[in-house]
Design a protein around this ligand. Structure first.
Ligand code: SF4
Ligand code: SF4
Length: 183
């Protein structure tokens, strides 16, 4: 009988303690749980500061993907229709999230820092087709409305050739402009 009473008091104390301690639950979806800085969520295709797309359609990400989840079709940039620095851009870029294992190999393989696994973890969908995310869904918004792509560049012939940025480093350097400045 005495043991039962002790157990009851212990239980009531635990209940009382939990009632007065701050809640550990998140009122999702109104409140979202913060994720660690290195969390790998849904991918984004990034842009340069001038709004051009960082992706150059090289398909290295697709080659590195162990799940064969990435599909890239490159096309050539034109002077009056420029998407990215250099000669090519990704005309089609798709990721099949049903295949993706969020390993981050695509991010590591990308020479321009274009594909980045960000912190969005809300990846529910109602049908299989919706699990394939397209370039339009992946590409981030331009820094200003007039910096979107494709666009006509002011100086035809300039490829806006860029040295790929070092991860965590500075924006790429326009080597054509550098050559002009040295003359
Ligand atoms: S995170 Fe891994 S599995 Fe997913 S697309 Fe990138 S390389 Fe493929
Ligand atoms: S995301 Fe990077 S690796 Fe993939 S096609 Fe674009 S530039 Fe190449």
């Amino acid at each position: 009988m005495f043991e039962g009473l002790v157990a009851l008091v212990k239980g009531m104390l635990t209940t009382g303690r939990e009632m007065t301690s701050p809640p550990v639950t998140y009122q999702y979806p109104e409140v979202k749980k913060p994720v660690p800085p290195r969390f790998r969520g849904r991918h984004e295709l990034k842009r340069h500061e001038n709004g051009l797309e960082k992706c150059i359609g090289c398909s290295l990400c697709a080659a590195a993907c162990p799940a064969d989840a990435i599909y890239v079709v490159p096309a050539a940039n034109q002077d009056n229709e420029r998407y990215s620095p250099g000669e090519r851009y990704a005309a089609t870029y798709e990721i099949n999230l049903l295949r993706c294992i969020f390993c981050g190999f695509c991010e590591e393989a990308c020479p321009t820092g274009a594909i980045v696994l960000e912190h969005d973890y809300e990846l529910a969908y109602y049908d299989r087709r919706s699990a394939i995310i397209t370039k339009e869904q992946l590409l981030v918004a331009p820094p200003k409305p007039n910096m979107g792509t494709p666009r006509v560049m002011p100086d035809p012939g300039n490829l806006y050739a860029a040295i790929p940025p070092i991860k965590g480093g500075t924006e790429p350097v326009n080597i054509v402009e550098m050559a002009k400045a040295k003359q």
